[in-house]
Each structure stands twice: as structure tokens, then as C-alpha cells.
Design a protein around this ligand. Structure first.
Ligand code: GLU
Length: 482
């Protein structure tokens, strides 16, 4: 079998969209699974809507996802001469023709069809022009588009995902491949590029199915071999709407900032186009490459669910070593001003213990900061619902007493901390939880978190007692007096 060559062809009119990221992942997995090549092509023929910044951003996102490409990026904007050669070929072989009909003329015809309730299709007025007429019009400076002359017979292909696909040529309009400013259009350039880049397998979103028929007509018209084609389900949001560029989940470039791991994103997004035969969901990248099979591509539309992606992310976080996580979150902690670089470097062991404690509960990397800030600094505020429930005169006294007992401990570790609290609870005849909740709130500012005694041990005696006493003062001054 010849070498498998797939590609991703983003248009740089925006950031890497989630749908394009998913399609890139599927093409990449397909190529890597078969030892083939993955090619990056930038579809920037629409100069007004393309920008260098977006090209850079797209490349950065692909790199971040780990989707390394073997060739490219190729830029369509640099290949105009090539397209022109093929346009000439289409014209000389009689498979395409110049159409001089003006937009206004076409509008009238379209209106008429609408009134008569018939489907509009270009009526081939210009196909009837003689060579002489054509030359005259060209000499007179009349503008023209180029249309493919669509033959009547069937157009068919074997979709790698959906199976046999057929359309009747007579139902397809003689479509335009080149605008009246000489600029060739997507369906045409994509064929030339895919042929010239020796692409063997094209996998793209379902919204391109109609285009695929047109592209096959162009391959046929030029006498070029048609690559394998497959269409992937579209991605919708939770309200079953197509994910638009404005959606929060829309841009893969945001995922890094939101604390997702690239392998988790690749794992999750790949499942929006494909699923393994068994029930497994969580795969490393190597495992994905290994088990990927386009035969298992999904046919029904997929729903992007950020909660599910967080679940994938938390599973991938658990697979990482504490050191790896610490290295990833250190810059975030420093940037958020939670702790200094020097502090982290000198207390690296402590930092890794913190990671260990929070690891099981983190959905995204930023959770380590949002839910773990108190490991690095005393709480600035206390969670409101906790204050209402826990911060009262009675608990102020209890916290004061517990702090005194904790002060006397010679070993400030899990078991003695637990024993001391349990003993006090028994003495005042309350359940341990009655003391645990206000203590957690006093030390962390939060109502939930990892096991209390583990975190007290980690934060350390002096700091814990100081925070408990601060909370006592806070309760007496702020809560009770207000
Ligand atoms: N630029 C097109 C897109 O982003 C590429 C489609 C294709 O893969 O042919 O949808």
C-alpha cells in the first residue's frame, strides 16, 4: 500500500476552532496509526479574512496539542500560478466555461425560479456562446467567472464513515470555480492542493459533504485520481446548536489557559469523532494512536460537554507525576501572585506534597490555585455560606480551645491532630464534625477540600495555630459584633 498522507487545512480567519482541532486530531491519529504523513496547509486564499496572527495562533495551538506535522505549513496564497495552470486545463478540455452573466442578471433568474417555485440552477446561457462571442466579450473587457460543466451521470464515492454516497449530476449546478477577479475558489484549489500534495485520505467535517461531490467532479474533469474521503460528525453545544466562534469552548487556544492538559484535550476531542470498540475512554496519546481505527468513526453528531472534558482532564492529571504537575502549575502560581518563584524553589518538596493532596480533586490545572491558595498564604476571606453556618460565638470558643490543645502537641502530624480533636469533641459531647468544619474554614477559608488532618499537617503547626486564632478574632470582631 502506498504511503498514507492526510492533512488539515484550516482557514486563518480565526483561532483554531474546536471542530477543526477535532478534525486535525482524527487526521493525525489516522496518519500516525498507519505510519503515514500528516500535512498542514493554510487555506488563506481569502486574503481579507486571513491574518498572519491567526496563522501563528493556529500553528501554536496545533503544537500545544502535540499534533506535529511532517510537511508544511503550505500557503494557498503562494500557489496562485499553479491554480491558474489547472484552470487553463479545465477550460481547454471543455470541462469548464466562462460565464459572463452579471450578478444582476442571475438575480433576476433566481427570482423567477422562486416565483415559479422551481429549484434554481444556472441555465447555461454562456455555455452556448461561440468562440468568437467569447473572444469579443473578453476583448471588450467583460468580466467572467469560470464554471464547471457538470455532466449528467451519477457522482458517487465510498465515504469512509457513511458508506456509499450518490448524487445525480443533473441536480448539481454548473458551479463557479473561479471568481470574476481571477481568484479561484475553495472547491477548486482544494482539489489541486490535495492532488499536488499527494493526499491519500481526506477526513473533514460533515458540512463538507456537498463540497466532496463537487470536488470529485473536478478530479474527474481533470482526469486526476480521487483520494479516499470521509466525513466526521459535526460538534454541537449542549443546547444542540453548532458551536459558534463566540462560544467559550470554541477555541482550542483557550484550553491551555483554562488549565487543560493537551493529552486530555486530544483524548476527549478524538472521542467526538470516533470511539473505541470497548468501553474505555481514557487513553494516553500512544494508546490512542495504537487503537485508532477509522472504521469506528461516529456517525451521529457529537455534543461538546466541558464537564466531560474536565473529567478526562482530571484522569490525565492523575496519570502525571507530582513533579510534572508542579512544574506545570508553578508559572501559574507565580503569575497569579499566590507565591514567589523563590518560595516555590526553596519549598519544592512542600509544593509537591500539596500537589499530591489536591491531585485527586483537580479538574483543571487552575483548580490547584483556586482550591489550594491557602497552602501558600493565609485566607484573605472566608466562604460566605461557611461563615453563616460555622462562625458563631460558640465555635469561636471551641476554635480557641482547639488551638490551645494543638499548641501543646509535640508531633503535629495526622494522627495526633485527629486524636486531639476527637478527644475534645468527646469532652464537650459533640461529634468530631462539629469541630472539623469550623477548623477547616478557619485554616483554609473554604468549606470543602482534602482531608483536614492531612492539610493541617502539611501547612504546619505555627501557621495553623495562627490562622485559627485569627479566625477567632475575626468571629468576635466581625461576625458577632455586626
Ligand atoms: N478550510 C476548510 C475548512 O476549514 C478545509 C476543508 C477541507 O478539509 O477540505 O473547513
Amino acid at each position: 500500500m502506498s504511503e498514507i498522507r492526510t492533512r488539515i487545512a484550516p482557514s486563518p480567519s480565526g483561532f483554531l476552532h474546536v471542530g477543526t482541532a477535532r478534525t486535525a486530531i482524527i487526521n493525525w491519529l489516522y496518519a500516525r496509526n498507519k505510519g503515514g504523513k500528516f500535512i498542514l496547509r493554510i487555506e488563506d486564499t481569502d486574503a481579507d479574512r486571513s491574518s498572519k496572527e491567526m496563522v501563528d495562533a493556529i500553528c501554536e495551538s496545533l503544537k500545544w496539542l502535540g499534533l506535529d506535522w511532517d510537511e508544511g505549513p503550505y500557503f494557498q496564497s503562494e500557489r496562485s500560478e499553479l491554480y491558474q495552470e489547472y484552470i487553463e486545463k479545465l477550460l481547454t478540455s471543455g470541462n469548464a466555461y466562462r460565464c459572463f452573466c452579471t450578478p444582476d442578471e442571475l438575480k433576476v433568474k433566481r427570482e423567477e425560479a422562486r416565483k415559479n417555485k422551481t429549484d434554481y440552477k444556472y441555465d447555461r446561457t454562456c455555455l452556448k456562446l461561440s468562440e468568437e462571442d467569447i473572444q469579443k466579450k473578453i476583448d471588450a473587457g467583460e468580466k467572467y467567472v469560470i464554471r464547471v460543466k457538470v455532466p449528467e451521470g451519477e457522482v458517487r464515492f465510498d465515504d469512509m464513515v457513511y458508506g456509499k454516497m450518490v448524487r445525480q449530476g443533473k441536480d448539481i449546478e454548473d458551479f463557479v470555480v473561479c471568481r470574476n477577479n481571477g481568484r479561484p475558489l475553495y472547491n477548486f484549489v482544494v482539489v489541486i492542493d490535495d492532488y499536488e500534495m499527494r493526499i491519500t485520505d481526506i477526513l473533514r467535517g460533515n458540512d463538507h459533504q456537498t463540497n466532496s461531490f463537487k470536488q470529485i467532479l473536478i478530479y474527474n474533469a481533470l482526469g486526476l485520481p480521487v483520494p479516499r474521503m470521509g466525513h466526521l460528525p459535526l460538534i454541537f453545544d449542549e443546547r444542540k446548536k453548532k458551536i459558534s466562534k463566540r462560544d467559550k469552548a470554541a477555541n482550542a487556544s483557550d484550553y491551555a489557559n483554562e488549565g487543560f492538559l493537551p493529552e486530555a484535550v486530544v483524548n476527549y476531542l478524538s472521542m467526538l469523532g470516533w470511539s473505541p470498540k470497548d468501553d474505555r475512554e481514557i487513553f494516553t496519546i500512544d494508546e490512542l494512536i495504537d487503537v485508532f481505527d477509522i472504521k469506528n468513526a461516529n456517525k451521529s453528531n457529537a455534543v461538546f460537554d466541558v464537564v466531560k472534558m474536565k473529567h478526562f482532564n482530571s484522569e490525565h492529571i492523575k496519570k502525571k507525576s507530582n513533579h510534572e504537575i508542579a512544574t506545570m502549575i508553578a508559572p501559574m502560581i507565580i503569575q497569579a501572585g499566590v507565591y514567589s518563584k523563590y518560595g516555590l524553589e526553596t519549598r519544592w518538596k512542600y509544593f509537591m506534597d500539596v500537589v499530591e493532596l489536591l491531585k485527586d480533586r483537580a479538574g483543571v490545572l487552575s483548580d490547584f490555585i483556586e482550591r489550594g491558595e491557602y497552602f501558600f498564604q493565609a485566607p484573605h476571606t472566608y466562604e460566605e455560606k461557611g461563615v453563616k453556618k460555622q462562625f458563631n460565638a460558640e465555635n469561636a470558643e471551641r476554635l480557641e480551645e482547639l488551638a490551645n490543645r494543638y499548641e501543646k502537641l509535640s508531633r503535629f502530624t495526622h494522627d495526633p491532630l485527629y486524636e486531639a480533636l476527637k478527644e475534645m469533641a468527646a469532652e464537650i459531647d459533640v461529634k468530631a464534625g462539629i469541630l472539623i468544619h469550623p477548623t477547616r474554614l478557619a485554616v483554609t477559608g473554604m468549606t470543602t477540600g482534602p482531608g483536614l488532618f492531612e492539610l493541617l499537617e502539611l501547612i504546619g503547626k505555627e501557621e495553623v495555630i495562627s490562622r485559627m486564632r485569627t479566625a477567632v478574632i475575626y468571629i468576635r470582631e466581625k461576625v458577632i459584633n455586626e
